[in-house]
Design a protein around this ligand. Structure first.
Ligand code: GUN
Length: 294
């Protein structure tokens, strides 16, 4: 059997097109231009690429993009002061502080300082709590939101399906579990201490791999006909010193068994930024008491 490839690139393009139309409508009908502030501390090369792409796509959708690039030596107090300023800026509807932060800055203190109603990443404990409570008002973290959109495009009815999430991070694993629970899946969160991970995985109708271990999930781990979503983006040596990007799933092997699978690159990755724009539009509408056009 050969899987259907879940095309995140074209799904994200469609979503961005819809967002661009919605943003134009907000400007025309309400004089509202959603604004996203992105804060980068230091010069982590991967973070710089992410931040550049976020800013470009925000502007391309017709939204206001504000970039704050701070020196790696910036102190926590200075970063907190910037966040306080952005919290009070009526033109800023969403705030994102790119992670990881330099080790001298307390990440939790920074994320907790972002006003929950401007938390474009959905990382604030208030939003995590709202999501855990099943509430519809939670800002949902972008990567799991993108994964859910891809899964819902692939599966008609998720109710009763067995889902496994490999990885228990606050950014992906835990919110992904909440989202799938909200869709009435039976959810397992697996992690580094899980016993018989391949066996747990083989029972699942939906597999979300988010551990950052290149090609950890082999073909023999996949139940025939399962849907596989690969969040991993791992840089490996493709031979001869050439770099290649691979996921947490052995794509060639798993695609022989799964019904549908996301590729790396071109699967979950492109959805993440599109969902960030989605969250920002939602927050801008909420701030102005406007029904979201999305
Ligand atoms: N670093 C890696 N992924 C993310 C993300 O989704 N949001 C933020 N703020 N930082 C990240």
């Amino acid at each position: 059997m050969s899987s259907r490839i879940i095309d995140g690139k074209s799904t994200a393009e469609e979503l961005r097109k819809r967002l661009t139309g919605a943003v134009a409508g907000l400007a025309e009908r309400h004089g509202l231009r959603p604004g996203l502030a992105v804060v980068l501390v230091g010069d982590n090369p991967a973070s710089r690429v992410y931040v550049r792409n976020k800013a470009r796509q925000t502007a391309a959708a017709g939204m206001r993009s504000l970039e704050h690039r701070l020196d790696a030596a910036t102190g926590e107090a200075e970063l907190l002061a910037l966040i306080a300023k952005l919290n009070g800026d009526p033109e800023v509807h969403g705030i994102l502080v790119q992670l990881p932060l330099p080790p001298h800055i307390n990440e939790a203190a920074v994320l907790n300082a972002i006003a929950p109603h401007k938390d474009a990443d959905g990382f604030h404990p208030v939003n995590a709590g709202l999501l855990a409570g099943g509430g519809g008002d939670a800002v949902v973290p972008c990567t799991p939101l993108g994964c859910l959109m891809l899964i819902k495009n692939t599966v008609d009815d998720l109710a009763g399906m067995r889902a496994i999430i490999i990885g228990r991070s606050n950014i992906v694993g835990k919110p992904m579990a909440q989202l799938l629970l909200r869709e009435h899946c039976t959810v397992t969160i697996a992690h580094s201490r899980t016993r018989d991970l391949p066996g747990e995985c083989r029972r699942a109708d939906i597999v979300v791999a988010a551990v950052g271990r290149p090609r950890l999930v082999g073909g023999g781990w996949i139940k025939p006909g399962a849907v596989v979503v690969d969040v991993g983006i791992n840089r490996v040596d493709a031979g001869g010193g050439k770099p290649a990007l691979v996921g947490d799933v052995d794509f060639a092997a798993a695609s022989e068994v799964a019904a549908a699978i996301t590729p790396v690159p071109g699967g979950v990755g492109p959805m993440t930024i599109a969902c960030l724009l989605h969250n920002t539009v939602t927050l801008a509408c909420r701030a102005h008491g406007i029904q979201s056009p999305l």
